[in-house]
Design a protein around this ligand. Sequence first.
Ligand SMILES: [Zn+2]
Length: 362
Amino acid sequence: MAKKALLNKKSMTFLEKYLNNASPTGYEWEGQKLWMNYLKPYVDTFITDTYGTAVGIINPKAPYKVVIEGHSDEISWYVNYITDNGLIYVIRNGGSDHQIAPSKCVNIHTKKGIVKGVFGWPAIHTRKSEKEEAPKLDNIFIDIGAKDKDEVEKMGVHVGCVITYPDEFHIMNKDKFVCRAIDNRAGGFMIAEVARLLHENKVDLPFGLYITNSVQEEIGLRGAQMITETIKPNVAIVTDVCHDTTTPMIEKKKQGHTEIGKGPVISYAPAVQNRLRELIIGTAEEKRIPFQRMASSRFTGTDTDAFAYSNGGVPSALISLPLRYMHTTVEMVHKNDVENVIRLIYETLLKIKPGDTFSYFD
Ligand SMILES: [Zn+2]
């Protein structure tokens, strides 16, 4: 494939719409509908499961099954407790960051629609300068402008409502994509773009391709755990985000060195099948796609683990998109990396042959 611009106007319109739509863990279906609608021209059929995972399939009758996967959910908060004077305390739904909460606007999702709120915070004037209190789960709170608990409830807000941030997609300095929930809406976007390229380049795959957008990754890889039992894949290539470790206060000795703009990040970890990973690395080298390496001890912490340790073991690999400021509302990735992850998955698929077991013993 020539290295011309890969993302077109239609893909960018979809990315923006897909990102701007809230898709909190456990409530992913509206986002899944947008995703399926975009993917529809490029696949033969879909399967969905009861918790909302969606899979677009090319060649559904083929016995050999390859998964490419991202996750559809985003971190959010739950309403946990409402005080008598109408303030709302929260618990996490995924790894939401208490440190960034104060002074953020929020959307509370209710049956009556979105209720706007703000994370309040004591004024600098009223705080004790010698002992600054850091934002913690038990001292951050949401104010929705209600005078008491009664009014909160009349507005449709109750314990169990989910809360997301309203921050929307924008492009900074031509090629940096900024938004909340690029983790991992970018994953769903990139695998959909792989399907689009396969279709546009009229590639006739010799296996079944399962373009999988899993729910509930942020609370422990749950959607992937469910759908891998349904698909029973022969191979799984997972994409998620990883940290750019070149911004302040990150210890590279602990976190390794990966950065935006330097290409997809290929993982080394027990859950990553070595021969599958070498196929990916060989492909990157042959096609001159820049890439970086990352090592994980024990777990990758991504859906890779869920696919790898299912069905008696599924050869799995992880290709990550480097990202700055993970789980904040200003997650940032480089457009070139997005394109290169798409290229790398696409080119790797062209090298997989039905029947490949990736066995170490053949
Ligand atoms: Zn995440």
